[in-house]
Design a protein around this ligand. Structure first.
Ligand SMILES: Cc1cc2nc3c(=O)[nH]c(=O)nc-3n(C[C@H](O)[C@H](O)[C@H](O)COP(=O)(O)OP(=O)(O)OC[C@H]3O[C@@H](n4cnc5c(N)ncnc54)[C@H](O)[C@@H]3O)c2cc1C
Length: 431
């Protein structure tokens, strides 16, 4: 890994004034980018209509997994045969609203194409290259922001209600091992010893001891935003509507309401809202919001310690500062339609039986927009028509994991320094 020391420094133009970067979007990706840009000595302006860490951001309500060993794409060989079964189940893990299908279809076709084995191996390697440094890149930021307790390293547990769960998932395990991820296979007794909170319905499990978790992803974004403010970042509560082009690229952003803000360099980190803005800069990127849900149960009293994924029921159970979070679901229904909380309730219903003790206290429901590319990896690149704009979006199901690393890469790119990983797999023109 390239050391921070190698590229830290004050970035000044010939007149000696500090160079300026405008970050569009203050979710985990934008906020980590801002923090690393500040470390580099840039002046930073962050534009977002929402409050960092608030419920409007996808970064608020995720399952909290910070997993260096995450290298399994969503589209895996055989997915084609599972999709119809999932679609026919009204409470299943995947849902496409019929009226939305024509819109989502081109994306879904690309998603299926990405499931070819040769492609999966390459995507898996790209995911691992980005995710393996997640702890290294979060730790200095969390230390500076005074929130080191927001990274816990308890591992991650995938549980199965049959003996042959891991065997059925052999290809996924093989990918993880190829990428150097430690994988432990557990039997029913070992599951009980490791995580006594679970009901004795699980017969096999895969434990990934090197994975981590954030017990409050919204607070993490808020703390890192506070830190950025302390280091001199300026927040503008507004939505970017357009870019003004000059001979050398973007010269200003136009805000909704008409204000114009000059730009030297910009970072586009607007999560699920990024693709429309990228189109204005010459890149047509296949992009969908993969809407996901959670229920937060305040006093569930399960005593769950390790983030646990029910492989059969398709949800993640995460112990959080504010209670137990059950997260999951992928719904294709666009950015504008209101949430369908029946899907959140379906998660709750699926989750009850997996715990020995489960008290249904106060329940809060949430929906968020995952910024999804069809091949499960983000776009980290420069805009086609504006080399002074850096793309950092499309992190799909892994934006919390990849946020810190992406932030560091963005700062390297802005400084014109070599990037810590090869960015070829993340190019905007790969589709
Ligand atoms: C149920 C669920 C579970 C998940 N679990 C995990 C997990 O365990 N681990 C993991 O790594 N990931 C997980 N994810 C995915 C992760 O949450 C996302 O990948 C990540 O939050 C994306 O971050 P972001 O900064 O790109 O987007 P966001 O957090 O959505 O932030 C984008 C920001 O851009 C702003 N914006 C939009 N348009 C404009 C504009 N025109 N001008 C200015 N600002 C704009 C928005 O207001 C928003 O604040 C999960 C997601 C869901 C839904």
């Amino acid at each position: 890994m390239t050391g921070l020391e190698g590229f830290i420094g004050m970035h000044r133009d010939r007149q000696g004034s500090r160079r300026h970067v405008t970050v569009v979007g203050a979710g985990i990706v934008g906020i980590c980018s801002a923090n690393y840009l500040l470390k580099q000595g840039f002046e930073v302006e962050i534009i977002d209509p929402t409050v960092p860490g608030s419920e409007d951001q996808c970064s608020y309500g995720n399952a909290g997994g910070i997993c260096p060993g995450s290298c399994i794409p969503n589209s895996m060989p055989g997915v084609l045969w599972n999709v119809p079964r999932w679609l026919m189940d009204p409470e299943g893990p995947l849902y496409v609203r019929l009226a939305y299908l024509p819109h989502a279809l081109p994306w879904l076709v690309r998603f299926l194409v990405a499931s070819r084995k040769s492609r999966v191996a390459k995507i898996s390697a790209a995911m691992r290259s980005l995710h393996r440094y997640t702890f290294d890149c979060y730790e200095p930021l969390m230390k500076e922001a005074g929130c080191e307790e927001l990274l816990q390293k308890h591992g991650q547990l995938f549980v199965y209600e049959s003996q042959d769960g891991p065997a059925k998932n052999a290809y996924g395990l093989c990918l993880r091992r190829e990428q150097g991820v430690r994988v432990d296979i557990l039997n029913a007794d070992e599951i009980r010893q490791l995580e006594p909170a679970l009901a004795p319905i699980f017969k096999s499990a895969v434990y990934l001891p090197e994975q981590g978790q954030c017990p409050n992803p919204g607070r993490l974004v808020a703390k890192l935003a506070e830190n950025a403010t302390r280091q001199g970042a300026r927040f503008i509560r507004a939505r970017v509507a357009d870019f003004e082009m000059g001979a050398q690229g973007v010269v200003a952003v136009q805000l909704e309401g008409g204000e114009r803000r000059p730009v030297e360099q910009a970072v586009l980190a607007a999560g699920a809202w990024s693709a429309d803005l990228a189109r204005k800069l010459g890149n047509r990127i296949p992009f969908e919001t993969e809407r996901g849900y959670h229920v937060m149960i305040r006093d569930a009293d399960t005593n769950l310690r390790i983030q646990t994924i029910s492989a059969d029921r398709k949800f993640v159970a995460s112990p959080m500062e504010e209670g137990l979070r059950i997260a999951g679901n992928v719904e294709f229904s666009g950015l504008k339609r209101p949430p369908n909380m029946v899907r959140a309730d379906a998660l709750l219903k699926q989750a009850r039986p997996i715990f020995r003790h489960f008290r249904e206290g106060e329940v809060k429901r949430w929906m968020g927009h995952r910024p999804g590319t069809p091949d499960s990896i983000p776009v980290i690149d420069r805009a086609r028509r504006a080399s002074n704009v850096i793309y950092a979006f499309g992190h799909g199901h892994q934006g919390l994991i990849a946020g810190s690393v992406t932030g560091k890469i963005v700062a390297e790119m802005a400084a014109g320094a070599p990037t810590m990983i090869d960015l070829a797999p993340f190019r905007a023109d790969r589709f």
